[in-house]
Design a protein around this ligand. Structure first.
Ligand SMILES: Cc1ncc(COP(=O)(O)O)c(C=O)c1O
Length: 495
């Protein structure tokens, strides 16, 4: 019998086959024993057959990047704000910004900009990316670029931001520290600026918020000083107030309660500085990384906007335009990592080991570092019996396992391991950036081939980025001679 689950639901939790047509969530369903991502048969990528890519099978492992899910997320959130604003008569606008730290890949940033998102960033290389997008015409002139992160004088970031401002008008540096004001003033360029409140973590009131042990943002005293300095500077205009209270916050009442003290500060600032008009609540928007996720976005938006109305009415100031910086929410679901089960090993363990042809811990570092859960499902044999298993990666590391070590969530896989493939889903935010793109990985495992999938009116569009070859990995570690002497006819991994 299946054990009763007590952790997040990460996959199929029964020994019986998955019924045909079963929908795991709104983008994963089962048909003829195969798992489909919308109407893409994932197993067919490896087994051939009815794949829109044609019959030529790929080798595993593979990362699938499915861009339509990014567009869907942005459209949905903008839809919730539009509907709720109309319902309650909210007079401010909504600005969706993509927090690019979640995934800075070219195809991701291009897709978010194409879907109308403003752009949030935090490092000098991010500025290069924004400049590149601007010069290619993908970052339109009226789109806002929100520059978070530390940027005191004489840093590359500060320097690059000033360069970007010469080419793009709507850039808003958000001040993390008083030391960031002088270089903006000295640039002589007109800048709209934001102030970031020290606000990270749970708090009940202003005093608790201000006492938080956080390196981000300005304390209450510094915030008011910064507002004064900005107001006095002839080339700076205060436009935005930023307060971020956490990440993956699944309790909507707590989310808005933690934002209440910042709303009060916004209203007081707005009384004194009428140019201020954007309340930016930063990141924190949760997204489904497991199958039991339940968050009512519309109800959150309603609570956020009605609370802003109430606070602003109390201070007799107009309601602000609202901005969110959506990182995890934008990108978590668009990407999956697919592996083959290459061995079943009993080893007299409590549960059989299914060993996969890649690394769990270097592909999804949050699974071992934070005990984070992701959705894991087989791509084929879903119409056959299942058993409870544990997954092991190819590194020699005892942490390279799934479910995470302290997890209470059972994981079931088909008993039949013949040509069995499986996928980790909802891994598109932060995992690739934390694990590193290219470079050398744990136990020198090469990086998987990447399949970028998009669609337009004419159907699917596919781009294949080759994985790392053995030579790539060797050269990267300084073994140039060894790489040269490898048999040149050896096929690169994943192709
Ligand atoms: C300033 C800022 N904005 C936005 C985000 C994105 O947060 P999330 O991924 O929760 O949307 C982060 C994440 O660390 C952040 O530091």
């Amino acid at each position: 019998m299946a054990e009763s689950p007590t952790g997040p639901v990460i996959g199929w939790e029964k020994q019986t086959p998955v019924p045909d047509g079963y929908q795991f969530n709104d983008y994963l369903h089962v048909q003829n024993g195969h798992l489909y991502m919308e109407d893409l048969d994932l197993a067919a990528l490896f087994l051939g057959g009815e794949s829109p890519l044609g019959g030529k099978p790929f080798a595993s492992p593979m990362e699938v990047v499915y861009l339509p899910l990014i567009r869907r997320q942005i459209e949905r959130m903008c839809g919730y704000f539009a509907e709720v604003s109309a319902e309650i008569g909210y007079e401010g606008r909504f600005f969706y910004a993509y927090a690019s730290k979640a995934n800075a890949a070219e195809e991701v940033v291009r897709t978010t900009l194409g879907a109308g998102a403003h752009h949030e960033m935090s490092s000098p290389i991010d500025v290069d990316i924004a400049l590149y997008m601007r010069r290619r015409g993908l970052l339109p002139p009226d789109r806002m670029v929100i520059a978070n992160g530390f940027k005191p004088a004489n840093t590359l970031y500060d320097d690059r931001l000033i360069q970007l401002r010469r080419e793009h008008e709507h850039i808003i540096p958000v001040l993390e520290d008083l030391a960031e004001i002088a270089p903006l003033v000295a640039s002589g360029l007109q800048f709209d600026v934001g102030l970031r409140q020290k606000s990270y973590g749970a708090h009940q009131n202003l005093a608790e918020m201000d006492a938080a042990n956080s390196r981000f943002g300005l304390s209450m005293d510094d915030l008011w000083k910064a507002a004064e300095y900005v107001d006095a500077a002839p080339n700076l205009t205060l436009r935005l107030y930023h307060a971020m209270v956490g990440s993956q916050i699944t309790d909507r009442q707590a989310f808005v309660d933690w934002l209440k003290p910042p709303m009060e500060v916004y209203a007081r600032l707005r009384q004194r500085y009428p140019s201020l008009h954007i309340f930016d609540f930063g990141g924190g928007m949760p997204v489904a990384m497991t199958l039991d996720f339940d968050f009512d976005y519309r109800a959150f938006v309603r609570l956020l906007l009605t609370t802003l109305q109430e606070v602003c009415a109390r201070y007799n100031v107009p309601v602000p335009d609202v901005m969110g910086e959506f990182g995890r929410y934008t990108t978590a679901e668009h990407s999956a990592h697919l592996f083959k089960v290459i061995m079943e090993k009993d080893n007299q363990s409590s549960l059989p080991w299914y060993l996969i042809d890649g690394s769990i811990m270097s592909s999804f570092p949050d699974s071992w570092a934070l005990g984070e859960h992701f959705i894991v499902l087989p791509l084929n044999h879903l119409d056959k019996p299942f058993q409870q298993v544990q997954l092991g990666g190819m590194t020699c590391d005892s942490d390279d396992v799934y479910p995470p070590k302290k997890s209470q969530s059972p994981l079931y896989m088909p008993v039949d391991t013949d040509e069995l493939y499986l996928g980790f889903f909802a891994i598109g935010a932060y995992q690739e950036m934390l694990g590193g793109v290219r470079g050398s990985k744990h136990c020198v495992l090469p990086e998987a081939v990447e399949l970028i999938v998009d669609r337009d009116e004419s159907g699917y569009l596919f781009t294949v980025l080759p994985g790392q070859s053995e030579q790539d990995v060797l050269v990267n570690l300084g073994y140039r001679e060894a790489a040269r002497s490898l048999d040149a006819t050896r096929a690169p991994s994943g192709t």
